[in-house]
Design a binder for this molecule. Sequence first.
Ligand SMILES: Cc1cc2nc3c(=O)[nH]c(=O)nc-3n(C[C@H](O)[C@H](O)[C@H](O)COP(=O)(O)O)c2cc1C
Ligand SMILES: Nc1ncnc2c1ncn2[C@@H]1O[C@H](COP(=O)(O)OP(=O)(O)O)[C@@H](O)[C@H]1O
Length: 334
Amino acid sequence: MLSARELARVFFAGESDEARIVAADAFDECEHLGAASIAIGVFDGVHRGHQELIAALVRDARAHGCKAVVVTFDPDPDVVVSSSPAQKLMTTADRLHALAQTGVDVVVAVPFTPEVAVLDHVGFLALLSRVVDIRSIRVGSDFRLGRGGASGVAEMRAWGAVHGVDVYGHDLLCEGGEAICATRIRHELGQGHVELAAELLGRPYMVRGGVIRGRHEGSGMGFPTANLQVPDGIQVPADGVYEGLVLVDDTVWPAAVNVGLPPTYADDAASAHLEANLIGYTGDLYGSSVSLAFTRWLRPSRLFDSLDELIATVEGNIEDIRHNLGEQGVSIRD
Ligand SMILES: Cc1cc2nc3c(=O)[nH]c(=O)nc-3n(C[C@H](O)[C@H](O)[C@H](O)COP(=O)(O)O)c2cc1C
Ligand SMILES: Nc1ncnc2c1ncn2[C@@H]1O[C@H](COP(=O)(O)OP(=O)(O)O)[C@@H](O)[C@H]1O
């Protein structure tokens, strides 16, 4: 099992080192924050590439003797401008929370309204100047802003030259010869490659959800499962069986996870689509909110001819996980 500190990081459950968050609904009333180096982006996933860019932002701020401010959007612009938005790696709340743990001073969420969507860099930077006195700007080298992506690094540099603001186009961090980006991570999750996704993210992929009632058959089979309802629009890894970690209150439990309609019970509408057996847990989870991190792909879900075979196979998976992650919960506050 990971250390308490690492587990807290997986679930963004740390309480220290948190930056101030100016949420989108507080943007209009936000007081002026003073001089700042800023980074602008959506930052879905807050993956290793984002983390590297933000570490460079913190250095920019130090060099300019001012605050480090991450500027992001709520909602994710893709949800507003695209007719078929991608599944997201994080809710906005988690995105802001994860950004607030990167060592910056402030995270500002700009409300992504239709009016903001049409602004080019000149209009957008004027809007931002209401809350910060911009000293430097750092964006990914492929960054685009405005209607049809009208403004990029070159346009922002030209603006910076006039206003005495340094503009840095940050080279995208690569892994395996390819840039790390949210689309790539979504693709890997869609293939069930949760270990590769974790390598790109810098931590295991995590979703949160409420525990709902299922067919109540798990307990009878010897492995009760918490059925999770993940918010709409949030990506879930490909159907299959995984090893995972589940956070309940302050405790992380090793877990055996099934994603997708169980093939053996596919015609039962009450079957769970995402369920986890928490190893070592006894109690009632109905109605509670839990977080689930995917640590290892185990096998595809399959159709079993007999119940005994299903139970023996799942018990084998649980045994494997118990061996790998232990057989009890670990507090993240230790
Ligand atoms: C680790 C794990 C692996 C599972 N693998 C399969 C599988 O391969 N095929 C299948 O039909 N169901 C599989 N299941 C789902 C079980 O059939 C399901 O937990 C059981 O039917 C209870 O459903 P309920 O929670 O809706 O009562 C798996 C469940 C778990 C927790
Ligand atoms: N170790 C455990 N792992 C998961 N859920 C557990 C565990 N122990 C008790 N539970 C409880 O049992 C419920 C699951 O029981 P189950 O028979 O599978 O019913 P359902 O079909 O409603 O999920 C969970 O929602 C939770 O409240």
